[in-house]
Design a protein around this ligand. Structure first.
Ligand SMILES: Cc1ncc(COP(=O)(O)O)c(C=O)c1O
Length: 393
């Protein structure tokens, strides 16, 4: 299927079929065990992620269909499907790092990843240098002989900061440093491996599955040996995907090109309307010309800047909270990439422990509101947004 457009490939997923048949849809292989006639064949199955199926924690035909589909999607050499996005991130970091190793990571990270890196620093003796992620010189200055991983996100939450992946990966070219990129916000829109990235991670909970009914993750590898190393460790961690979640995700992938295109177009439309609203002081959306990394977004995300946007309300913390509770069609909830639109007010929920100064250091305002735009018509979402703005200000 390589060579076809993503929307064509998406409805023809790689299916692992029973011999002699050609199912159109990926079947669910719910069993956890596969039997063998010869002990040597079973022994061979233990050696890697592409061998025969024997025990579902190590591999399962439904899970492998998902892994192959996402490998193709990201242009990698192999993938590991996990029980959650954090499962993928944890498997990658803990399989490739040991005590004394050094990581360079951007400051604007998903909270779970930030917490995991700090935990690895506190309890495992891994050293971490946080950088803003805007300048390759920051990466070169932070490099040490012990640096093993450069960790980035294509688009960061909730500020929609866009990372210049080609520029930052070029800064570690010629070293042993592996670049890991969380591409959860921009599947299909950006293919980090094409920009020199070694490992791409996703929370499949979001756009990949898309329908708000899955917790899952995927890591995609540019190099087969790195895939093998992480696979071996993931088996011990016990964080691999179960067949039913994998099946729901592979089913969701079929419509992802359509969903992501529509969600991106609606997000741009609403970002432009919000930018003109008197109660809104600023809109963060990479597709808008005044976004600080708009030029980077034009290069990295030419087909759309994704379905997530954020904006600042004149009324600060109280206004943000009231807005998030006043929406009716949009739901208040801590996720994104869903078919239905979602709102979050970080200062009163996920970041409630932080005062104004700490929020500002993380690039978040007290009145910052994040919207994840779903598949509703923007003309239905706009009246909901404006009535909530009226209540909030
Ligand atoms: C960018 C990003 N990465 C990783 C994760 C973690 O994914 P999961 O909740 O599937 O473990 C999230 C969750 O919100 C996320 O937004």
């Amino acid at each position: 299927m390589t060579g076809h457009h993503p929307q064509t490939r998406a409805v023809h997923p790689p299916v692992i079929a029973p011999e002699g048949s050609r199912p159109m849809a990926v079947p669910i292989y719910q069993g956890h065990l596969f039997a063998f006639d010869a002990a040597d064949d079973l022994a061979a199955a233990f050696s890697g992620p592409d061998e025969a199926f024997f025990y579902a924690r190590m591999g399962n035909p439904t899970v492998r269909s998902l892994e192959r589909a996402v490998t193709e999607l990201e242009g990698g050499a192999g993938a590991l499907a996990t029980a959650s996005g954090m499962g993928a991130i944890n498997a990658v970091l803990t399989s490739l790092l040991r005590s004394g190793d050094h990581v360079i990571a951007q400051t604007a990270l998903y909270g779970g990843t930030y917490g995991l890196l700090n935990d690895l620093a506190d309890r495992w003796g891994v050293e971490v240098t946080f950088i803003a992620g805007d300048d390759p010189a920051e990466v070169r200055d932070a490099l040490r002989p012990t640096t093993r991983i450069l960790y980035l996100e294509t688009v960061a939450n909730p500020t929609t900061h866009v990372t210049d992946l080609p520029a930052l990966t070029a800064a570690v070219q010629g070293t042993d440093v592996l670049t890991v990129v969380d591409n959860t916000f921009t599947p299909l829109l950006c293919k980090p491996i094409e920009h020199g990235v070694d490992i791409v991670v996703h929370s499949a909970t979001k756009y990949l599955s898309g329908h708000g009914d899955v917790i899952g993750g995927v890591a995609v590898f540019a190099d087969q040996d790195v895939h093998r190393r992480v696979w071996h460790h993931a088996l011990d961690l016990g964080c691999t995907a179960d067949p039913f979640s994998a099946w729901l995700t592979v089913r969701g992938l079929a419509t992802m090109p359509m969903r992501v295109a529509r969600q991106s177009a609606s997000a741009l439309d609403l970002a432009m309307r919000l930018a003109d609203h008197p109660s809104v002081t600023r809109v963060h959306y990479p597709g808008l010309p005044d976004h600080p990394q708009h030029e980077v977004a034009q290069r990295l995300l030419p087909d759309g800047a994704g379905g997530v946007l954020a904006f600042e309300l004149t009324g600060g913390r109280d206004a943000g909270r009231v807005f998030s509770e006043a929406v009716e069609l949009i739901s208040l909830g801590p996720s994104l990439g869903n078919i239905a639109s979602l709102v979050m007010h970080p200062a009163s929920t996920s970041h409630r422990q932080m005062d104004a100064a700490s929020l500002a250091a993380a690039g978040i305002g007290e009145g910052t509101v994040r919207l994840s735009i779903g598949l509703e018509h923007p003309d239905d979402l706009w009246p909901d947004i404006t009535q909530a703005l009226a209540k909030a200000t």
